[in-house]
Design a protein around this ligand. Structure first.
Ligand code: SF4
Length: 321
């Protein structure tokens, strides 16, 4: 049975949810495990023509976020209000110039907490858009919104939106899962490109829950897919639940990549060479705040620099432009 599914995956056939569950159940470190990773690696290298992809994300503000996600350093229960800030527009513009200067970045992301002013975000977006090299995509990573705001994002120059229905949404967050889905629908209806991710994966999440998000992405569909493990951020409520292993993340990465077959990129957090040999070809350089980091300057902490992202991709033999 498993042999048949692996053969079908190797032949490039479409995989079902039942197939995905069988693949996710493979024992880490077994012969089937390495075969799965090898199949995903070959499939991605063919699909992406051997090219690695680098995204850059700037966290433009930090404040105690009312969504209160129990894994996030910016959650109301974890973030010290004394550290609240919004980067001045001039500083964001300077960072964008620096990030784009080396010619390594494919897409530029701007991120805020869930309660940041929507109008203010459009002001940042419009200014950043003017600075981007011809053809560079601009992506919003913000709280929930409706169709009219999705259209405004598009008019402002955003080409896509990173948005997900998280694992544990509504239980480990204060957000309504239905509102998350409405935003995903608004993104699609407005003609924006949806960037999706199975996240934040922790040891307690079942393969059924993971398969739900893999196939949600496939159904929308998405051009850029990703997987992300939850990291233990000191001071957050979920710190004590621990993390999945690098081996487990690579398996989930391989299965996700083979099921969704994103046409442009397959991303991974936290980036490592194992996932970059298991279907992933895309990682982020991050600047300023980051929900997975207590540092307010993640570029000097957990968030990788452009140079580091390029090094990681090259180490796994992905071509970097
Ligand atoms: S993950 Fe995003 S929405 Fe959730 S608390 Fe952090 S900043 Fe807010």
């Amino acid at each position: 049975m498993l042999e048949t599914i692996l053969n079908r995956a190797e032949a490039g056939e479409t995989l079902s949810r039942a197939d995905a569950l069988s693949l996710l159940a493979i024992q880490n470190g077994s012969a089937d495990y390495y075969r799965l990773l090898g199949i995903a690696n070959r499939d991605s290298r063919r699909r992406f023509d051997g090219k690695g992809v680098i995204f850059a994300q700037i966290g433009i503000e930090a404040s105690p976020c009312p969504a209160n996600c129990a894994f996030c350093s910016l959650a109301e229960d974890a973030f010290d209000p004394a550290n609240r800030f919004a980067l001045p527009l001039a500083q964001v513009e300077k960072t964008v110039r620096e990030l784009t200067a080396a010619g390594l970045v494919d897409d530029m992301f701007l991120m805020t907490t869930a309660s940041f002013s929507q109008e203010e975000f459009l002001r940042y977006g419009a200014a950043v858009k003017k600075l981007l090299p011809e053809g560079m995509r601009l992506v919003a990573n913000v709280g929930d919104f409706d169709l009219s705001y999705a259209k405004k994002l598009k008019e402002t120059g955003f080409t896509g939106v990173y948005h997900i229905r998280r694992l544990g949404e509504g239980v480990d967050t204060r957000l309504d899962p239905a509102a998350r889905i409405r935003t995903l629908d608004a993104v699609k209806e407005a003609g924006l490109s949806l960037y999706y991710c199975v996240e934040p994966i922790g040891p307690e999440h079942s393969y059924d829950e993971i398969a739900d998000e893999i196939f949600r992405a496939k159904d929308y569909p998405v051009e850029v897919m990703a997987v992300m493990k939850r990291v233990c951020v000191p001071g957050t409520k979920l710190f004590s639940r621990g993390e999945i292993s690098a081996a487990e993340l690579a398996k989930i990465c391989a299965v996700t990549s083979l099921c969704v077959k994103p046409v442009r990129a397959m991303g991974v957090h936290e980036p490592d060479e194992l996932c970059l040999m298991s279907g992933a070809n895309q990682i982020y350089a991050e600047v300023s705040v980051n929900p997975r980091d207590v540092s307010l300057c993640t570029e000097t902490s957990r968030g990788a620099s452009l140079e580091r992202t390029a090094q990681l991709l090259k180490a796994a033999e992905w071509a970097v432009r």
